[in-house]
Design a protein around this ligand. Structure first.
Ligand code: AP5
Ligand code: MG
Length: 215
């Protein structure tokens, strides 16, 4: 099973991918997470990506498709993949077709999380993650069970993303509207797109995704 989670910043792609990984043993390929790891490690890719990401703009198609290809090569053929935040442009959608075909993988579903952009600013500015294991939280919508302690690993250090401020979020949304939303018709023409109300409760969204994957 190979699926794409598509939606603007804060739509819930990472949140839902994390659940699919835990519940179904699928692998999450998040280009955002991979790029942040490259920035943290100070690799040549990370050095190129850092300022672009902090501005809320898109990193080059060559870089992201290159890292997706490398990650796919590390997986066994029967491992299900969730593409989170990739593809984001028409060129990336083309590249993904080539990458999948070369590995005899087919795309099963493109799930669009439909959301209200204004509400997303609150989601993004309230988001934080565990500094040790990366588990994702939200000050209002998904707080830790014990204040200041990660539910998943017990760590007490948390972090926030440098691009999670209102000004940058607006740029990220504009990038989504201009470059990413236009790729939906490519997948609609293939009958792959299912639309979900991403403003619903996280559990409801997860239930709808499970129903789509069971089809
Ligand atoms: P990336 O990391 O992909 O960020 P994004 O697309 O902006 O999306 P987010 O991670 O912000 O949102 P999400 O949908 O995962 O939401 P989440 O589940 O965390 O990309 C970052 C940057 O990297 C880009 O701007 C670009 O520069 C670069 N980049 C990455 N991929 C690229 C590519 N392919 N090409 C070029 N450049 C690329 O949820 C958000 C918050 O809301 C959380 O706190 C969560 O707890 C909460 N929440 C989630 N669901 C719900 C719900 N149903 N109800 C209430 N709260 C909820
Ligand atoms: Mg994410």
């Amino acid at each position: 099973m190979n699926i794409i989670l598509l939606g603007p910043p804060g739509a819930g792609k990472g949140t839902q991918a994390e659940r699919l990984v835990a519940e179904r043993g699928m692998v999450q390929l998040s280009t955002g997470d991979m790029l942040r790891a490259a920035v943290a490690a100070g690799t040549p890719t990370g050095l190129k990506a850092k300022t672009v990401m902090e501005a809320g703009e898109l990193v080059s198609d060559e870089i992201v498709s290159g890292i997706i290809g490398e990650k796919l090569d590390m997986l066994s053929a029967d491992t299900g993949v969730i593409f989170d935040g990739y593809p984001r442009t028409a060129a990336q959608a083309d590249a993904l077709d080539t990458l999948l075909a070369a590995r005899r993988r087919t795309l099963d579903h493109v799930i669009e999380l439909v959301v209200d952009e204004d509400a997303l600013v609150e989601r993004i500015t309230g988001r934080f993650t565990c500094a040790k294991c990366g588990a994702g939280y939200h000050v209002r919508f998904k707080p830790t069970q014990v204040a200041g302690v990660c539910d998943a690993c017990g760590a007490t250090e948390f972090k926030r993303r440098p691009d999670d401020n209102e000004a940058t979020v607006r740029t990220r949304m504009a990038e989504y509207r201009a470059k990413t939303a236009p790729i939906l018709p490519i997948y609609e023409a293939r009958g792959l797109v299912s639309k979900i109300d991403g403003m619903a409760d996280m559990d409801v969204v997860a239930g709808e995704i499970s129903a789509i994957l069971a089809r």
